[in-house]
Design a protein around this ligand. Structure first.
Ligand code: 13P
Ligand code: SF4
Length: 312
């Protein structure tokens, strides 16, 4: 079956919009109405007038779309597409942890469950985290969850001392400075760029650190012809399309290891996406009270991002 054509037909019939993250396989990125980072995807989800949102990403992203559109149908091609970072912050444990920090503002990275969002004052993404944290006074007490690598990066960059939840992304956390140094020695002309979910020694080697959208934009404007890209492999597709004359090396470059493919993101396939649109499931079903609580910090993030000129 020609899934791409069938998907195009279903899109019209069902007034659907397909939102895809940069870590999706190329064939999904190709048929999406919008491909972006978590911030762009949340904004698109907030703005859409489609009846059906097809979320080609992972569960917390589809959940965010549903929270912003409680009356719309939101489908995810594979409901098993979770996130190790979101899983590293179980809601009950987080609630207990927060009891130790009364008076703290709770800022959570969007890679978390709806329950954790409901316990948060503000949601951030890698595309706005630094600026949104900086919108609070330097000595303002903050708990940052769940990514300790991103939180640590913001602490170092802004001279803050936010309390960090001990969570990580299994894809970014295993990328090592040693592997990157080895690659750099073999490719001295390559520029190192990294996603802030990587560990501190990796980020210290990078000449640019940013969200997937920011990394893509950087590769377009940089004069370098070669890049060592410390993030999930999916983004390379867009980088290569935007700059065919440049080359992009993934970390680790060892062909026997695909550990920097996110196993959750890669669960989605074109066939599963087609079936989700056709059958209108798996669909996100969420408790209304939970959605109402989780919506506030997400909307606060979107409003602040507009006010700070980070998005339009
Ligand atoms: P961004 O695309 O927002 O940078 O997020 C990366 C990521 O790990 C999403 O799961
Ligand atoms: Fe989660 Fe990491 Fe996969 Fe992103 S790359 S979805 S943070 S496990």
């Amino acid at each position: 079956m020609d899934f791409a054509s069938e998907i195009a037909l279903l899109k019209k019939q069902k007034n659907a919009v397909i939102l895809a993250h940069y870590y999706q396989v190329p064939e999904i990125q190709d048929i999406a109405d919008y491909v972006g980072d978590s911030l762009g995807l949340a904004q698109k989800a907030a703005q859409t007038d489609a009846d059906m949102i097809v979320f080609a990403g992972v569960h917390f992203m589809a959940e965010t779309a549903k929270i912003l559109n409680p009356d719309k149908l939101v489908v995810l091609p594979d409901l098993e597409a979770g996130c190790s970072l979101a899983d590293s912050c179980p809601p009950n444990d987080f609630a207990t942890f927060l009891k130790n920090y009364p008076g703290h503002t709770v800022i959570s990275y969007i890679n978390c469950s709806a329950e954790v969002k409901a316990m948060s004052d503000l949601i951030v993404t890698s595309g706005n985290a630094v600026q949104l944290v900086e919108s609070f006074p330097k000595n303002h007490p903050v708990v940052f969850a769940p990514d300790k690598n991103l939180g640590g990066y913001i602490n170092r960059l802004t001279g803050r001392n936010m309390v960090l939840w001990d969570g990580t992304c299994q894809v970014h956390d295993i990328l090592t400075a040693e592997a990157i140094i080895k690659m750099k020695m073999q490719n001295p002309d390559a520029e190192i760029i990294a996603h802030p979910e990587c560990q501190a020694p990796v980020l210290e080697l990078a000449s640019f650190v940013g969200s997937t959208t920011a990394l893509l934009a950087y590769t377009k404007k940089s004069d370098s012809r070669k890049f060592i890209v410390a993030t999930e492999t999916g983004i390379i597709y867009q980088m290569q399309q935007a700059s065919p004359e440049k080359s992009f090396l993934v970390v680790p470059s060892d062909e026997t290891c695909s550990c920097n493919d996110c196993p959750f993101m890669k669960l989605n396939t074109l066939e599963k996406l087609y079936l989700a649109m056709k059958n209108e499931r798996p669909a996100l079903e969420m408790d209304e009270t939970l959605m109402n609580k989780a919506r506030k910090p997400i909307e606060r993030m979107l409003d602040l991002s507009v006010n700070l000129g980070l998005i339009k």
